[in-house]
Design a protein. Sequence first.
Length: 430
Amino acid sequence: MSLFDNILRWFGLKKPAAATAQRRRKRLRRRKRLTDRVTLVPLRWHAQRQEVKQHAHVPVGADGESRDLPYRYARFGGYGGYLDLSRGGDGHRLQRFGLPSMRTPEEIAQWLEIPHGRLAWLVHRFDEGGRAAHVSQAHYHYSWLKKRGGGHRLVESPKPKLKAVQRKILREMLDRIPLHDSAHGFAVGRSILTNAQPHVGQRVVIKFDLENFYANVTFSRVVAIFRGIGYPREAALWLGRLTTSLVPGGIPSPDGDRWALQPFLSRHLPQGAPTSPALANLSCYALDVRLSGMARAFGATYTRYADDLTFSGDQHLVDSLNVFIPLVTKIIRSERFTVHTAKRKVMRNNQRQSVTGVVVNERTNVSRADYDLLKAILTNCIRHGPSTQNHAQNADFAASLWGRISHVHHLNSARGQKLRRLYAQIDWSR
């Protein structure tokens, strides 16, 4: 009923019959024009349901697989039948990086030299939600470690069968993909020393830390990495499941803090897997490109060691800190990472400037406190015997001490030689 009809009804009046008839004729003519223009096809819902039902019960071969499957373990896509995600990819890019060409789960299993059933078992292909129902059924060992700044870190160490698969993926795939020049963590030929050297003798050093670094690298980002290096979607999905983790039900939380589990409830990179550092570096490629470009615009230098981001520059950077720091934070957030604001530091050259544990004020050096502590331990080993200094009950205390001395020698050869002379005087029979 129109507004005009409602007004007439309110005042107890009636609309003229001629006007009512004229409006009715207009509606009929309009409906006829629409009917003549568009032919409606009747919906056959029951027929479609029957067709899908018949398609779902496809013939099964002797190997237990459907004959209509495009390949083994293909997923059913509703009315469209089984999905074929093995097409596409970039074979030229795979060839350029020297990577194996794989399209289907069965080809991945052949490359890994394992049965296809084990491959499906490793990714929980037939488990509900793609996750283990209990910790005992998972392919990872889980342990919580306390952070020095508070909170807990979940370490997910793969069990032997999955670790062997991940090591092969690391050696024969991920290690062949070049990283950004600013990335120095877990890269061949780079170290904490190469990460610190570009920041020596600068007026100011600025440090950022990424919070929950591995957990923020989600499954979709890992799949995008494998897609970006040339693999089709099906292969990228399976490789992504092999290198990510989804915590099972019943995993204990540290000190009853259920919020500590929150970052790990979705599929993510596990801290403890051999492939995680390489995949984390590749996921930061766009971040490194943007931050290095922005640093150049301010006349600054940028490096990244895992989740530690470092910038340094001259007085121009000092004068621009009020603009520079918010811009860096904005870029980090836009790349879907989180800044740990409590760990952000601005260090000027009138104080000790340290980058990944290396002092960079005038040259790369070890801190005076660390050097004096190690020198005191070696001196006490000479006077009272090494057994009195092994407070952590290290099984190979001699190798542990030699490793710490080598680290100092790597940063400052003169100090390292002094410590080596003290080490040579220790009587290890005491």
